[in-house]
Design a protein around this ligand. Structure first.
Ligand code: 26Q
Length: 831
């Protein structure tokens, strides 16, 4: 900018206009920010910009952003206090936050300010982003959903706190060695800690084990837990800014600490090792995230983690309430608490304990208030994922919680028995305790006023089958809230080229109002825009190919179609079905290398739970298949299969914008919702999928010409089971399928996969082909064939892509959050 313009800007007349005011504010901002970074560098690292390392500059920058967030949060909290409104507390064992610097700068509208200042000192902001490790405090969909919700809550100005655990190690880092997944610890704190503010003044004590003492005093019955292990819960706050809003969400994560860190007796005896032993025991609770999803495992430490989260959070919520009100009578008017999946279900008995033992409420009064406060979301229908904890473990570890659950069960079973005239079957299904196990989903339902699934289909399945008896009992509790994604992160930040095109065509209002993306439909016959979409996708694919080459030396052909299946590895998600289809194509090409096909690149990324052998051998199959194909100089020009190591939020942000085909091929009725399907859709990928989870709603939104649906419906799946499923029949009937399955036995890349062959045809420790890959194979190939044929017409393809982008607005997390706020939590935005 010339001096002349600068001078002009300072004339009296112009200073008064809003535009120049904003500019002046922004340069004042810039000066403040620059000073702040210099100050942080000096105070934290004793360095100047010139002397500091890149890591130090990242940290100093992050700390200045944290300071801005703190100030913003303080103002937001004051406004909330003034309004006396209700607040939501979102309890979840997982928050898969990913990186924070880019998201917070974007949401604060400060990206350009920081970019300029850092450039002035020779730093590229994009490069600084790369210094930040992902906060991987979650397994997958559940944890990422919680993180997206924090973003929306802040952006819509809802007062919200997320509660979780500060795992020292997040989800393991995945390495692939000779086709096998190896798990390495995820050490994220050294770079991630800058986002956490310790609140050592706000600790709570969580009790495990011991005995329950009941004594009658003048004030009535006093219940105490004695001879128990006491663990201190220390809160750390992570702030998440809303976009273009006053709101900041607080994610409060608890770290466990031994109260008695030092054993003086041992020390005096000279046993120094034993003197500090206690330390490690309590700290174990927040040491590591359990890497299992979709499969429950009754490990004692996990139960301790769950109660640790629940108890610290419940005490915190009640203490906060009592700071402002003299009573808990109005608790449900001021507080909404969300149970995200059953993992925090012990909040029900924990609140009962605090209400009765500490605030002397009667059972009935406590229960009435608590159920009005709590709401529960279910995220799975898989039987093996439903949590059931051994009764004796709970009795020993959490004696008071067990007593309360026992009493809840007695009262609940009696009521059901009376209501359904002695129907024992119903009682057995709905009991909180049966067969020596505590059923956490049943506990969550009876403790909540609202129960929801995460897609329309899933919520229907809950009512019709998984929770049918509860639905018959209290139909008014059941509802649906379809999942959503933080579209500002998954579209605006990860795909800046597409965001710029949208800004130009439909304006920027979709950022605050996702459904406005629908305005893009007006351009569906505009060839210039369609060509631009094709160009953007090509540029994104090229970027991704370069990044991958730089990071791992793998070369992709950006002119091929990028077919993407990225998600956790699970049998029900059917990565194996995709692999079988690739094998069939590979064998076709071996027969006829001149086959006229669109060149195809299959990109897989998935972590398998460490003990999940079947999932691990499917990874190995995909890796070996990729290597085998790569050895063939002719076929590899048309077909490439790549398994990307260590899938995580940051990788997802890079891959979504570069995808053409979105594989959403779970067996119908198994995927609760899926959210990767939404992220791919909003980036213009077209879904190849079954009528499962939110795919059903995606299909309704885009119309049948803009999605490729195949396979059985959930109803057909049920019928097929009932009639007796026989995978052998499909194997015999479909020549390509038979060849592909038999090829597993022949050896791929020198490795034998007859275990998978057996699994599909005769059943390896169980029924054959339990997720019906063989039944859906034929229709999958049919849909894929049509899809690839349509891909050849790039204009038509771009049009489908445009319709997908335009229709993705209803899957913005903001939409889901508004529904939770209005219909479930009863909270209002702060003015
Ligand atoms: C339970 C007990 C012990 C140890 C671990 C667990 C555990 C941990 C994580 C059980 C399940 C999970 C995660 C489940 C999950 O991510 N579910 C996904 O949730 C998404 C958000 O609603 C949906 O989109 C997916 O369909 C669903 O699979």
């Amino acid at each position: 900018m010339s001096n002349k313009t600068n001078k002009k800007r300072t004339t009296k007349k112009e200073v008064a206009t809003p535009v120049t005011k904003a500019k002046a504010a922004s340069s004042a901002n810039a000066i403040k920010v620059e000073e702040a970074i210099v100050d942080k560098l000096s105070r934290h690292f004793g360095a100047s910009f010139d002397e500091a390392t890149k890591d130090q500059v990242y940290k100093a920058t992050a700390i200045t952003v944290k300071d801005i967030l703190l100030a913003k949060k303080r103002e937001f909290k004051q406004a909330n206090n003034k309004s006396g409104g209700k607040r939501v507390y979102y309890l979840c064992m997982e928050f898969l936050v990913g990186r924070s610097l880019k998201n917070n700068l974007y949401n604060l509208g400060l990206t350009d300010v920081y970019k300029k200042i850092l450039a002035k000192h020779g730093y590229d902001l994009e490069e600084l982003y790369e210094m930040e490790p992902d906060a991987g405090l979650g397994n997958g969909g559940l944890g990422r959903l919680a993180a997206c919700f924090m973003d929306s809550l802040a952006s819509l100005n809802y007062p919200a706190t997320g509660f979780s655990i500060l795992y020292e190690y997040g989800l393991f880092r995945q390495k692939i060695v000779e086709g096998w997944q190896i798990e390495l610890p995820d050490v994220w704190l050294p770079g991630g800690e800058v986002w956490l503010s310790p609140r050592t003044d706000k600790t709570f004590v969580v009790k495990f084990g011991g005995r329950i003492n009941e004594t009658w005093t003048d004030e009535g019955l006093v219940t105490e837990q004695v001879d128990c292990e006491e663990v201190e819960a220390v809160p750390y706050d992570m702030m998440i800014s809303g976009a273009d809003s006053k709101g900041v969400s607080v994610l409060r994560v608890w770290r466990s600490r031994d109260i008695d860190t030092f054993d003086m007796n041992s020390f005096s005896r000279g046993d120094y090792a034993r003197a500090t032993l206690g330390n490690n025991k309590a700290e174990l609770i927040s040491k590591v995230l359990y890497p299992r999803d979709s499969h429950y495992e009754g490990k004692e430490l996990r139960l301790k983690q769950q109660y640790f989260l629940v108890s610290a959070s419940a005490q915190n919520i009640i203490a906060d309430h009592m700071k402002y009100y003299p009573t808990l009578d109005n608790f449900a008017d001021k507080v909404a608490i969300h149970i995200n999946d059953t993992h925090p279900a012990m909040i029900v008995p924990e609140l009962m304990r605090i209400f009765m033992d500490e605030h002397h409420y009667s059972w009935d009064d406590a229960f009435a208030i608590i159920t009005k406060t709590l709401a529960y979301t279910n995220h799975t229908v898989l039987a093996e994922a439903l949590e059931k904890w051994p009764e004796d473990m709970m009795m020993r570890l959490l004696p008071r919680i067990y007593q309360i659950i026992h009493e809840l069960n007695e009262r609940h079973c009696k009521r059901i028995f009376d209501k359904f005239s002695g129907d024992w079957n119903k009682c057995a299904h709905m009991a909180l305790i049966s067969g020596g196990l505590v059923h956490m989903a049943n506990l969550s339902i009876i403790g909540s006023h609202s129960v929801n699934g995460v897609s329309e289909l899933h919520s229907e399945i809950l009512k019709k089958s998984v929770f049918k008896d509860f639905y018959d009992d209290t139909p008014e509790k059941f509802t649906n809230v379809t999942n959503g994604i933080a579209h500002r992160r998954w579209l605006c930040q990860s795909n800046p080229r597409l965001a710029a095109l949208l800004d130009k065509t439909i304006g920027g209002s979709y950022k605050k109002n996702g459904p406005e993306l629908i305005k893009l439909l007006a351009f569906s016959n505009d060839n210039a825009i369609l060509d631009k979409l094709t160009e953007i996708k090509a540029a994104n694919k090229k970027d991704f190919a370069e990044l991958l080459y730089h990071d791992s030396g793998i070369k992709l052909n950006p002119d091929s179609v990028f077919d993407v299946q990225v998600k956790r590895l699970h049998e029900y998600k059917r990565q194996l079905l995709n692999a079988l289809q690739i094998i069939a194509l590979y064998l076709d090409l071996k027969d006829n290398p001149n086959l006229d096909i669109v060149p195809q690149t299959y990109l897989f990324a998935a972590k398998a739970a460490p003990g999940y052998d079947r999932a691990k051998s499917i990874i190995r199959l995909i890796v070996d298949l990729g290597e085998e194909i790569a050895k063939d100089p002719v076929i590899s020009k048309k077909l490439q299969v790549v398994f990307l190591e260590n899938y995580r939020v940051t990788m997802a942000e890079q891959i979504m914008p570069a995808s053409d085909i979105s594989e959403q091929i779970s067996l119908a009725g198994k995927e609760a919702s899926g959210t990767g399907n939404m992220k791919l859709m909003i980036n213009g990928a077209i879904t190849l999928g079954t009528l499962d989870g939110a795919n059903v709603e995606i299909s309704e939104a885009v119309g049948k010409d803009n999605i490729y649906i195949f396979g059985m419906t959930d109803k057909e799946v049920e019928d097929r089971w009932r009639d007796g499923y026989n995978p052998y029949k499909y194997y015999e009937e479909n020549h390509r399928l038979k060849r592909a399955v038999d090829y597993l036995k022949q050896g791929i890349n020198g490795n034998d996969f007859s275990d998978i062959h057996r699994y599909l045809l005769v059943g390896d420790h169980g029924i054959a082909d339990p997720y019906m890959c063989l039944a859906d194979f034929g229709d999958y190939c049919r849909a894929r064939y049509e899809m690839l044929n349509d891909y050849k017409n790039q204009r038509e393809w771009a049009k489908k892509s445009l319709v997908n982008i335009a229709s993705a607005g209803r899957f913005a997390a903001d939409t889901a959050i508004k529904k939770y706020a209005d219909e479930i939590w009863g909270i209002k935005p702060i003015k």
